[in-house]
Design a protein around this ligand. Sequence first.
Ligand code: NI
Length: 182
Amino acid sequence: MPLPAQDNAPSAAELMDDLMWGRTPIGGPFDLIDQTGRRRTDADFRGKLLLLYFGYTYCPDVCPTDLMAIAAAVDQLGPAGEEIQPLFITIDPERDNVEQLAGYVGAFHPRLIGLTGTAEQIRKAALGYKVFYARVPAPDGTDYAIDHTSFIYLVGRDGKYLGFFPPDTPAERLVEIVRQHL
Ligand code: NI
């Protein structure tokens, strides 16, 4: 069973309900460091549509698949893709430091920005978007995976949350929805 990050952490079901039914506001500010070591806040991205994803670089399958879809969508939009900023926020700041992110994001898209921070900064950003994440220890105790919700969020030019896509959304579907906001 996944271990909750903290005793008072909301459960996966609670976060899912918040997101699905919009019971509480979704999104909000973040204050993080990118893969070049530069401080980035949500305010830096005003004027761009954000495709925002929370995951971790050691993720074996879901994160790479979704990041490839995001990258493909940005490219399929052609010149209009310049109005999109793809963002990857790690939920594994312990392993995903600046150097680790630098070696990861470029493999997906030259404009993909990776963001990390302290555990508390990451927790704040993730909770804003109702992201559940919890470590799952490996059987031999030497390593861990992270169980996490993997939605792709669309955020407007004003920084306000617009909606989310489920995991495994194909690039074509991302393009279809994003176009409506260009
Ligand atoms: Ni993942």
